[in-house]
Design a protein around this ligand. Structure first.
Ligand code: ADP
Ligand code: MG
Length: 309
């Protein structure tokens, strides 16, 4: 039975999952509208793979409910499996099979032929087509990811579930992979992609941030970061470690952490950037700079991790 879920391809309501010692998911709720490229962003151990296991019917939630493409993940497992393309976190390909054989194998699982939906995967397969007889185990990391994506799409699923597809992949392949996701989204497929790379959050139309099994924020990336800049400053100097020590003593600084080659300072209303500049320079640091920062998703996470302690 198809459930009416008001244009949502994925709907998750109060899902919890407890392992013996760990509450991996704690009352997780969010929904992914049809046709949207949605990011599940969170560090290692946040609960991402557990949620994917539930959405792909491999595990049951302890409580709560979830629907994918209108089907109940507990009661309608068969239906879900035909509607969903899934790329698990750990490698899904058969290493001893060739590129061509992997595609044929996944097509046969779903009772389709490789050529039936080849138009959909052609952009993904563009480079791989040059070596159809290479074994999957002999492909580079980036190529493996593309083949795995091709295999996950071979039956033209409505919903694509990708669990950390770019982890451990080089920067260029990572960027190519995201370009492909955006073009797949243009063809109407709903995509839920998880990542622990905070910079990838900005490439999604909407995101849910997950930390310790809890959804801590959800919305568009710009909504989430809109107010971060109000009390956030960049500080830099030639001597990084002494700078880190010195900024902690500045009036109005609540927290500080390294951010690329600079520091981010979380401040309260009493913070005065000109005074901070003067105090840091007087303490012997060279080339001091203090200026307002534009916050991003990483800053949001740091707030949650700090407030947790
Ligand atoms: P992520 O994919 O975000 O790294 P996971 O869903 O794999 O997070 O894990 C969430 C939490 O549940 C972690 O603390 C992890 O150690 C724990 N966990 C995951 N799978 C199991 C399992 N099969 N048994 C016990 N604990 C588990
Ligand atoms: Mg995981």
């Amino acid at each position: 039975m198809l459930h009416s879920i008001m244009g949502n391809a994925i709907e998750i309501n109060n899902v919890s999952k407890i392992y013996t010692k760990v509450k991996a998911l704690d009352n997780v709720s969010f929904s992914v509208p049809e046709g949207v490229l949605y990011g599940l962003i969170g560090p290692d151990g946040a609960g991402k793979s557990t949620l994917y296991n539930i959405l792909t019917t491999l595990q049951h939630p302890d409580s709560g409910s979830a629907f994918v493409a209108g089907y109940d993940v507990v009661k309608e497992r068969k239906e879900i499996r035909t509607e969903v393309g899934y790329m698990p976190e750990r490698f899904s390909l058969y290493p001893d099979l060739t590129v061509k054989e992997n595609l044929e194998f996944f097509a046969s699982l779903f009772g389709v032929r490789v050529k039936d939906n080849y138009d959909l995967i052609a952009p993904v397969m563009a480079q791989l087509e040059k070596f159809p007889n290479r074994r999957a185990s002999a492909l580079s990391g980036g190529m493996k990811q593309k083949l795995a994506l091709g295999c996950a799409l071979i039956h033209r699923p409505k919903v694509l579930l990708l669990d950390e597809p770019t982890t451990g992949v080089d920067a260029i392949s990572r960027s190519e992979f995201w370009t492909m996701l955006r073009s797949l989204r243009e063809s109407g497929i709903t995509i839920l992609v998880s990542t622990s790379y905070m910079d990838e959050a900005a490439l999604c139309e909407a995101v849910a941030l997950i930390y310790n099994g809890t959804i801590v924020e959800k919305g568009t990336p710009s909504e989430l970061t809109a107010h971060l800049g109000e009390n956030l400053y960049n500080a830099s100097a030639d001597q990084m470690y002494p700078l880190l020590e010195a900024v902690r003593k500045l009036p109005g600084v609540l927290n500080s952490y390294t951010f690329g080659a600079t520091l981010h300072l979380v401040t309260d209303a009493t913070f005065d950037a000109a005074l901070a500049y003067r105090l840091l320079s007087e303490s012997g640091l060279e080339n001091v700079k203090v200026y307002p920062a534009k916050g991003n998703i990483e800053d949001l996470f740091i707030r949650f991790c700090v407030s947790d302690k």
